[in-house]
Write a protein that binds this ligand. Structure first.
Ligand SMILES: [Zn+2]
Length: 144
């Protein structure tokens, strides 16, 4: 398993989810794993927050099938966030939130994958570039 690649897909998935939900997104980086570059906007639903929290883990399990256990250990903070959030929701089953997040991540896979590749090249991306990469992927113009 390539640790940098794993991290790139993880962070790209958080960022694409935040972007899709219209959150404030200042940067995404594989250089500073402990600092989040996105925040919910007023009006963000707890459902969105759960999906943003779990998206990184889910993306890792798609890139590296079978890595669930170690991906989950690595994403302990994300799972702590998700556990706290789902206590406020009608559906408190973590498994069902993971599968909902998986549908979201799969639907957005082209954008996540393009952003992960851009992160591997650049380390850190700011909003202009993030939106460019995602827009290009949405248009189906991604190189490979
Ligand atoms: Zn994370």
């Amino acid at each position: 398993m390539d640790e940098t690649k794993r991290k790139a897909y993880h962070e790209a998935a958080h960022a694409v989810a935040a972007l899709r939900f219209g959150w404030r997104l200042n940067y995404v980086s594989i250089a500073s794993p402990t600092t989040k570059g996105w925040w919910p906007q007023g009006g963000a639903s707890p459902n969105q927050e759960v999906i943003v929290a779990l998206a990184g883990y889910v993306a890792e399990t798609i890139v590296y099938p079978g890595s669930e256990k170690c991906a989950r250990e690595a994403a302990k903070d994300d799972f702590d966030d998700a556990a706290e959030l789902i206590q406020k929701l009608d559906d408190q089953d973590l498994g069902s939130w993971i599968s909902r997040t998986r549908s979201f991540v799969e639907y957005n896979w082209k954008a996540i994958s393009a952003l992960a590749k851009a992160l591997l090249q650049n380390g850190t991306l700011f909003p202009g570039k993030i939106k460019d990469v995602v827009r290009t992927a949405d248009l189906g113009e991604a190189g490979d």
